[in-house]
Write a protein that binds this ligand. Structure first.
Ligand code: OSB
Ligand code: MG
Length: 368
């Protein structure tokens, strides 16, 4: 593959409703969109999932722009790439900066699949044609708002409900949700809001038949999580702590988790995401695909990855209309009875809505 030109855009999209986690409330999503063009006029698209402030991880939109512009883009423009799998090797001397790497690698994967005239799911080796999805619900103003949102999404058919929790919005909230919805597949995500000193509240969550508790402890920890898992019946799922196949191996061997959330951006791209998927399969650790409130472009990448066989638990990839008044892809992502059908067009499988993208672009720069 030879890349002729790369375009970066700083995008801004308004969320239909604010999304609150233990670390922040998001009302709009600013992110970087990447387009890579080859000499035949084909384009591949990627999205950086870095937020504007470093509260989920250390990366931000601006650090990603810097790493892309000053390091990653020059590498891609200088080196022929025989296969998108080789991109992460070209980037490997650059430490961390996973989301920046992933955004560019993802655009190259999309371009490669389009050049081969196959879907991105096929390029990755995914065989599933339909994937089951759940939904992630932010912290609400009060319990009655939460209960009505849950019943709406259960009626929509989402296959599991994930609730964001934090100290003060946890045991009592889950207790009331369970009273109203005794049988729904339910889980909680703390985004690292607790420490081992909170072990007693975390143990109380064992009473509610949760599928898992996601990232209860520090964003960079696997030691205390192993300690906590020994005292919990509910499986721990790691999100923030896992950036690579090596991180996953260590966490599994230590007993820090029984499930892993794979986010393409958090692990540096599709190639590493697939390695983690394969490793987890060999250890019998189920995985699911996490989300970062992506636009349709990042969402399409998540859908393609989820076609791999060990994505055996429903992920966070909800319909476009759960987030946006109008998405930037055509058609938008739709969910029927909790299922997304993998699209069949080459590459990410959706057309990009260029007009809409142009309208939502705050700033754009071309590199060649
Ligand atoms: O921890 O999974 C998370 C959104 C922003 C930052 C972190 C997380 C999330 C979500 C949203 O849970 C999932 C989605 O895209 O709907
Ligand atoms: Mg999470």
């Amino acid at each position: 593959m030879k890349i002729k030109q790369i375009i970066l855009r700083h995008m801004k999209m308004s969320l239909l409703s604010p999304f609150t986690t233990s670390f922040m409330t998001l009302k709009e999503k600013e992110f970087i969109l990447i387009e890579v063009l080859n000499h035949d006029g084909l384009s591949g698209w990627g999205e950086s999932v870095a937020l504007t402030i470093p509260l989920y991880n250390e990366e931000t939109l601006k650090t990603n722009w810097h790493i892309l512009e000053d390091f990653l883009i020059p590498i891609v423009l200088k080196n022929p790439i025989s296969h998108p799998e080789k991109t992460s090797q070209l980037f490997s001397h650059i430490k961390a900066n996973y989301m920046a790497k992933s955004a560019l690698e993802g655009a190259i994967w999309d371009l490669y699949a389009k050049e081969q005239n196959i879907t991105l799911a096929q390029a990755l080796g995914g065989k599933l044609t339909d994937i089951e999805v759940g939904i992630s619900i932010g912290i609400q103003e009060n319990i009655s708002d939460l209960l009505s949102l849950i019943s709406q999404y259960v009626q929509d058919g989402y296959k599991r409900i994930k609730l964001k929790i934090k100290p003060g919005w946890d045991v009592e909230i889950i207790r009331q949700v369970r009273q109203q919805f005794p049988d729904i597949p339910l889980m909680a995500d703390a985004n690292s809001a607790y420490t081992l000193q909170d072990i007693n509240s975390l143990k109380e969550l064992d009473n509610f038949n949760l599928m898992m508790i996601e990232q209860p402890l520090a964003h960079d920890d696997i030691i205390d999580h192993a300690q906590l898992q020994k005292h919990l019946n509910t499986p721990i799922c790691l999100d923030e702590s896992i950036h690579s196949e090596e991180d996953a191996r260590k966490a599994i061997q230590l007993g820090s988790c029984r499930i892993i959330n794979i986010k393409i951006g958090r692990v540096g791209g599709l190639t590493e995401a697939r390695k983690i998927h394969n490793l987890c399969l060999s250890y019998n650790i189920p995985v699911w695909c996490g989300g970062m409130l992506e636009s349709g472009i990042g969402r399409a990448h998540n859908i393609a990855l989820t076609a791999l066989p060990n994505f055996s638990l429903p992920g966070d990839t909800a319909a476009s209309s759960r987030y946006w008044d109008q998405d930037i892809i055509l058609p938008e992502v739709t969910v029927h009875k909790g299922i997304i059908t993998i699209p069949s067009l080459p590459g990410i499988g959706y057309k990009v809505n260029k007009e809409k993208i142009e309208k939502l672009t705050l700033f754009k720069k071309t590199y060649d």
